[in-house]
Every structure is written in structure tokens, then in C-alpha cells.
Design a protein around this ligand. Sequence first.
Ligand code: DGL
Length: 259
Amino acid sequence: MSTQPIGIFDSGVGGTSIYKEIDALLPHENTIYLADSANAPYGNKTAEEILQLSIKNTELLLSYNCKLIVVACNTATTNAIKTLRETYNVPFIGIEPAIKPASLNSKTKAIGILATKGTLASKLFHDTTNLYRNDVQVIEQVGEGIVPLIESGKTLSEEMRILLKAYLKPMIDANIDYLVLGCTHYPFLLPLLIQLLPKQVKIIDSGEAVARQTKSILKKQNLLNTETISAKHLFYSNGDPKVMQALLKQPYSVNFLKF
Ligand code: DGL
């Protein structure tokens, strides 16, 4: 059981930012990654559509014998993880925007969150935000158009810079000191975000926390891979594998798979 792979899925290439954190913390674990790029973006779909796509991805990963599934997508986590956990008999690790650490540490009492419409509209996001926001002002911004640009290989383009500049303006005007990246695609925007935000604004995401949680659950359930031979990593995309390959910047090849 312990040598079985960890399954990871996202609406596209975004979850590879989570894959990297998992591989850094758990270098002996085998992994299978599914990029459902043909159906991206998930962020503008209904909760039911996001659930059906998440079920499709989960069942494919289970057919590859995965021992644990990482839902490397905030949109899928906030809309589908509850049902996935109730339906399937493997542990699921999800990702949610890091509202808690941002509001706990904010000195200006204003934080920004950039995420998809699907995440910001979800009940889980609202419940978590209300639980941890305290007296902090949370400026929500839908990242409309960002995921399609990343999925078409235009991550650091001029078009992206113009979009981000507009999205960040209300946050800068409100004097935020934390920007929460609430979508796993967004860490790829870091070079642009650093240029556009005032120096004192810290940018945070939940990638490392997801890797730590994955390790903790594997350990608790006796599922850690004890073999020390080099791990196998498979990447499948039902979109253009070249876009993912370019973002991955690792010696792995991304294969096309229809799913
Ligand atoms: N990576 C997904 C997330 O974390 C992107 C959602 C989308 O496809 O719109 O929310």
C-alpha cells in the first residue's frame, strides 16, 4: 500500500505548485498528477459542475490505485471535498485560502484575497473567513481571466500585468499588508505581483501547509512510502502538455491523456 502513488488533480497546471511542495517534503513518494486543462477554468462553473469534474478526476486517480488524493485546487476543494470525502474510501487533502495566518498577522488590519469566483462564492470560504477574520477588513477580488491566460502559456504577459494592476488597485488603496493567493495557479504570477505591490505587502499561499498536512495524514495512517529508491512522477494533461511542461521546469515529461 505504501508504494502506491499520491494522486493530485487540478483544473490545469496550477496544482503543479502544490506538487512541488509535496515532492520537496516527501521525496520518496510516487505521484500521479492530472491537469484537467480541457475543462479549465473551474472558477466560473456551477458548484454541481465542479463536483462532477472532481468526481471524474478522483475516479481516474483511484483507477491508478492512488492511496491518497490531493485536491490541488481551491475551487474544487471549497465546492466538492465534503462530498468526495463522504463518497470515497481514501484520505483527501484539500487547499483553502490562507485567510487565518493573514488576518492573525495583519498590522494594517486589511488583507486582500485573490481567488476564483467559485471559491469566493462557496460556503466553505465564507465560513472560514467569518471564523478567522476578526476585526480585519478582507478585500475580495475575483481573478477573472487569469487562469485562461496561464493555461494558454501567457503567464507573465503584458495582458496579465494589466489585469493584475486593476485587481490589486482596490487592495493597495485599502492599505493591505497581506495578499492571499486563493488559487493554485497564482503562485506562477509571483514575479509580476512583486513588481506591482508595495514592498511591505507579504504574499502568502497554502502550498506548504498542504504538503505538511499530506505528510501528517500519511504518517498517521501508516501510508508513508518506506522504500528509498527514487520516486516515480507521472503528469497527465488533457490540454496542451507543452504549457505544463514549461511551467514545471523539471526533467519530467508531461503526457497527453484524454479524460
Ligand atoms: N487552480 C484552481 C484553484 O485553485 C483554478 C481554478 C480555475 O480553474 O478557475 O482554484
